[in-house]
Design a protein around this ligand. Structure first.
Ligand code: IPE
Ligand code: IPE
Ligand code: MG
Ligand code: MG
Ligand code: MG
Length: 332
């Protein structure tokens, strides 16, 4: 979808919610433990697979410090929400974990690279990530830049190199959609809008439409891709794929609102990164524009719409429905 159309869509959704939002979310409690278990199981699996990948022939003979920095970036932490969404959207269509893994790992590698660069002094200048020193503080800036670059190419290599598991048309479509989500009209473009607001004060007064576009690109695009990936892997019919894209869009928007709320109100120990930085840095966030209460109301309504997008899947979508609640209520 063209950026302008996407902006208009989110603006319409955004202003409606801010004006009318009042729906309550169910509390995310012990009743959802099955979801927590599934997420933890995926996190374990992703950790094992990433470790294996970063010891494999794919990084053989590479400079040792560079590989160490890549390992520091992607091992030992993270919620692994994006790979979880790939595996769970694939499970809707009975696509196996083995088949879905290359796409799941690829999106986590792109996410890991985005965090390494996001933390650089020239960007958000952060020293703490997942409770550990950021890659540039642990190593140095040039190693962090190159580790991010290398994680990105590795992501595409593992999809392109999964011929034994994936049909060529499927891996081609995964590469196309992931590169779009990661690139200039997706994450990287969104990071540029984020930094233009932060460093240049551009635009001088970002409105809801601008913030929605920025968030849909910098965070939403990879989350949307993660949800769509299941349908791509299954070569699912267009309506099912559209439903997952719709879910992923709302989930991505909800995810960044929750991230901004955590920055405003979260506990640094739990979140594992510095909090209370966005306002000081002049970040363009929904919280800064409309305040905490309206942002929370927007979050509740966005989650409601994410869940509604899954109606076509009935009970099979139970885990993805729980994922929407998790995104809204997470404390890390
Ligand atoms: C943080 O993402 C960066 C954003 C896109 C807002 P996560 O909250 O998913 O970070 P990890 O992977 O769990 O550390
Ligand atoms: C980052 O957004 C989104 C990325 C594309 C990495 P933030 O800058 O808000 O993420 P955190 O708060 O540092 O994790
Ligand atoms: Mg940032
Ligand atoms: Mg940041
Ligand atoms: Mg943040």
């Amino acid at each position: 979808m063209a950026a302008t159309t996407f902006a208009t869509f989110l603006t319409d959704v955004g202003s409606f919610y801010i004006a009318h939002g009042s729906v309550q979310l169910t509390q995310y409690t012990g009743a959802d433990m099955q979801f927590e278990d599934r997420l933890a199981e995926t996190a374990r699996r992703v950790e094992v697979e990433l470790k294996r990948l970063l010891l494999s022939e794919k990084v053989d003979a590479a400079p040792a410090q560079l590989v160490q920095a890549m390992r520091h970036a992607v091992l030992g932490g993270g919620k692994r929400l994006r790979p979880f969404l790939v595996l769970e959207s694939a499970a809707l269509f009975d696509v196996s974990v083995d088949q879905a893994l290359p796409a799941a790992l690829a999106v986590e590698l792109i996410h890991g690279y985005s965090l390494v660069h996001d933390d650089l002094p020239a960007m958000d200048n952060d020293t703490l990530r997942r409770g550990q020193p950021t890659v540039w503080t642990q190593f140095n800036e040039w190693t962090a830049i190159l580790a991010g670059d290398a994680l990105q190419s590795l992501a595409f290599e593992i999809i392109a190199d999964s011929a034994s598991r994936l049909d060529a048309a499927v891996s081609g479509e995964l590469v196309t959609q992931l590169s779009r989500a990661a690139g200039v009209r997706g994450m990287v473009g969104g990071q540029a809008l984020d930094l233009e607001a932060d460093k240049l004060g551009q635009p001088p007064a970002p409105d809801v439409s601008h913030i929605s576009l920025l968030q849909a690109m910098k965070t939403g695009a990879l989350i949307r891709f993660s949800c769509e990936a299941g349908a791509i892997l299954a070569m699912a019919p267009a309506p099912a794929r559209a439903a997952l894209i719709d879910y992923g869009r709302h989930l991505g928007y909800a995810f960044q609102i929750a991230d901004d709320l955590l920055d405003a109100e979260g506990d640094e120990q739990l979140v594992g990164k510095a909090v209370a930085k966005d306002a000081a840095a002049g970040k363009a966030t929904l919280v800064s524009l409309v305040g905490l209460d309206s942002a929370k109301s927007e979050l509740r309504n966005t989650v409601k719409h994410a869940k509604a997008a899954l109606a076509t899947f009935g009970e099979r979508a139970e885990t993805l429905i729980a994922a929407a609640e998790f995104v809204a209520h997470r404390d890390r």
